[in-house]
Design a protein around this ligand. Structure first.
Ligand code: UGA
Length: 444
């Protein structure tokens, strides 16, 4: 099948490559000429395991190409995915849907005949209905453009795997449409995946839009729940990691997303819960999502708690202290530093007068652009040189497996703060280090 993917950022580039991998003839479209030039030769402008190989393989096979041209997209075929970003508004908590609107407007201006647009971006409920009205107002009698919404659930770091082996496929269509071609077309596009038994949920636009924002709100709530419990654990000397294991054995609860620590960041969960609250307010449901304010507040509090823990255990005043920050990305296997708890902690420590040196295996360049006042090292060993406190802020495998004897001769003080509760405390204690975990005692 001939498909286009409009927007070649994280979501779009991965989606284009995965659709080509399924055997479709895919054209990726983006207004950023530099990005398109890089993608065209199989270079991924961000770090995502496995994506570059997938791009190259499909470009070489002649199934995948990239362009900045919307007329070329309109020519390429009649099925168009939209995967442009919906960031937080510059002046407000809601999602900024102007990129989606611009992409749809531009594309529709070039379409003739029957087309299907499948939105994948995360949008406030009601967006698809508004877009369909906008599309209808811009098309003449001999052109029909149907809009479906099929939210994306991929995680950074697992983007390829999540796209090719999703937990479910959700498609929302116009509840008032007399006839819809969308479900049959999407069934055909994803045939290979659906044959493996992946649940295929077909519904209306509003439900599909809400599925996505509810899923992210639930995940954020789960993380803030365990972090709230960790605040109690800190007071009474209980171990929140063991507690999470124990409650997680109950299948109704489940252990995943119950890792306490510095909380959630990235380009999705923080902005999505805020946009969800803003949308509920617009809809007059002012109290409905009030609990998400608390979810957000608990999450932001953990960053300050980490800063205070580092300050408390540091054996000298922060002014004049050397703090090594291991990890800048919002999570491992990613170079994304958007709303990263690690960088927020590093920045706050620097503002309190510490000399902060950051190391991250993949995210250093992005981090440097955002926080020019921090020092950046090119290895963990360089970052910890003469450190008064070593703080682990992103659980990259190389930090999890790092041994105290590697760092012993380098640091000024043998004090380590585990912001992600990912280290083995007894190993550090046995080597004579003072080990502290954010969220209270860690007996693992
Ligand atoms: C999230 C969702 O997990 C995806 O399903 C969704 O498609 C995506 O947002 C999106 O909307 O595009 P992602 O932002 O890649 O994916 O990252 P997650 O793996 O969800 O992690 C988010 C944050 O939560 C990270 O900072 C991570 O360190 C933190 N986290 C995660 C915890 O603090 N504790 C946990 O137990 C799990």
């Amino acid at each position: 099948m001939k498909l286009t993917v409009i927007g070649c950022g994280y979501l779009g580039a991965t989606h284009a490559a995965c659709m080509a991998e399924l055997g479709h003839d895919v054209l990726g479209v983006d207004v950023d000429a530099d990005k398109i030039a890089r993608l065209s030769v199989g270079e991924v402008p961000f770090f995502e395991p496995g994506l570059s190989d997938l791009l190259r393989r499909n470009i070489d096979a002649g199934r995948l190409a990239f362009t900045t041209s919307y007329p070329a997209a309109a020519e390429h075929g009649s099925i168009h995915f939209i995967g442009v970003g919906t960031p937080q508004q510059a002046r407000g908590l809601g999602a900024d849907t102007t990129y989606v609107e611009a992409a749809v407007d531009t594309l529709v201006g070039h379409l003739r005949g029957d087309h299907l647009i499948i939105g994948k971006s995360t949008v406030p409920v009601g967006t698809a209905a508004a877009l369909q009205a906008r599309i209808d107002a811009r098309t003449d009698d001999d052109t029909t453009v149907e809009l479906a919404w099929s939210p994306e659930f991929l995680r950074e770091g697992f983007a390829v795997e999540d796209t090719l082996r999703p937990d479910r496929l959700v498609v929302g269509t116009d509840p008032d449409a007399q006839c819809s071609a969308a479900v049959a077309v999407i069934d055909e596009i994803y045939r290979e995946i659906l044959e493996t038994g992946v649940p295929f949920i077909t519904t209306d636009w509003a439900t599909a839009e809400l599925v996505k924002t509810s899923a992210n709100a639930f995940l954020a709530t789960k993380i803030s729940f365990i972090n709230a419990i960790s605040e109690l654990c800190e007071i009474v000397g209980a171990d929140v990691s063991t507690l999470a294991d124990a409650i997680g054995h109950d299948n109704r609860i489940g252990r995943r997303f119950l890792n306490a620590g510095m909380g959630f960041g990235g380009g999705c969960l923080p902005k999505d819960i805020r946009a969800f609250m803003a949308r509920a307010d617009e809809l007059g449901a002012h109290r409905t999502l009030g609990f998400l304010h608390e979810v957000d507040a608990i999450n932001m509090r953990r960053r300050t708690a980490m800063v205070e823990l580092v300050e408390r255990v540091c054996r000298r005043e922060l002014i004049g202290a050397n703090i090594a920050i291991l990890g800048a990305a919002f999570k491992p296997e990613s170079d994304d530093v958007r709303d990263s708890p690690a960088l927020s902690v590093a920045g706050q420590l620097a503002l309190r007068g510490a000399t902060v040196t950051v190391f991250d295996p993949k995210a250093a360049d992005n981090a440097r652009r955002m926080y020019p006042m921090l020092h950046f090292a090119d290895s963990a060993r360089t970052a910890v040189a003469a450190a008064d406190v070593v703080a682990v802020t992103t659980e990259w495998a190389e930090f999890v497996h790092m041994g105290p004897d590697e760092l012993d001769p380098l640091v000024r003080e043998r004090v380590i703060v585990d912001g992600r509760r990912c280290l083995a405390p007894h190993i550090w204690a046995a080597a004579g280090w003072e080990y502290h975990a954010l969220g209270g005692v860690n007996r693992s």
